[in-house]
Design a protein. Structure first.
Length: 162
């Protein structure tokens, strides 16, 4: 799977959800964590102040998520999938990969509904790149990162519905 944000396809629902998360993190979450840091700082010695260090760690995670969301949303393509039966970003694919059946979403993990255990492959990952453009019944091979050629047969393609 890839964290590639360039040209990420998102549904409108996913874009709206991520925008709301960014707004919450950039506003109320930043204010709340700054208050917690200040309160912990007032407790004294920062070297052994667990509350201060925990709040600073959380602040770092919030800022990293803000940067990631900002970049993702800046490069996002927001459309509803135009499903024509081919594998493309926004489709759920069932495929036999090296003899094992697997169902996964081709796209970005950010479009998957929260709590879903659906596996996601980027369309630029080895598997994703090999099957984009294929239809149910089509077969291909791809080269795995270890150099092995792996056979893939697409058995079903459906539009992703969150």
């Amino acid at each position: 799977m890839s964290n590639d944000t360039q040209g990420t396809w998102l549904t409108q629902e996913a874009f709206d959800r991520l925008t709301a998360e960014l707004e919450q993190l950039s506003g109320p979450a930043r204010i709340e964590i700054a208050s917690r840091i200040e309160a912990a700082r007032e407790e004294g010695d920062l070297k052994e102040n667990g509350g201060y260090h925990a709040a600073k760690d959380e602040q770092g995670k919030i800022e990293a998520r803000i940067r990631a969301l900002t970049e993702l949303l800046k490069h996002a393509t927001v459309t509803e999938a135009q499903f024509d039966g081919t594998v493309e970003p926004g489709t759920v694919v069932t495929a036999t990969i090296a003899g094992d059946s697997s169902t996964f979403l081709v796209g970005n993990r950010e479009i998957v509904a929260e709590g879903s255990d659906l596996t996601v492959y980027s369309p630029v990952s080895p598997v994703g790149a090999a099957i984009v453009g294929l239809r149910a019944g089509d077969s291909t091979t791809y080269t795995a990162p270890n150099g092995k050629e792996i056979a893939v047969q697409v058995t079903n393609v459906e539009r992703y519905e969150p």
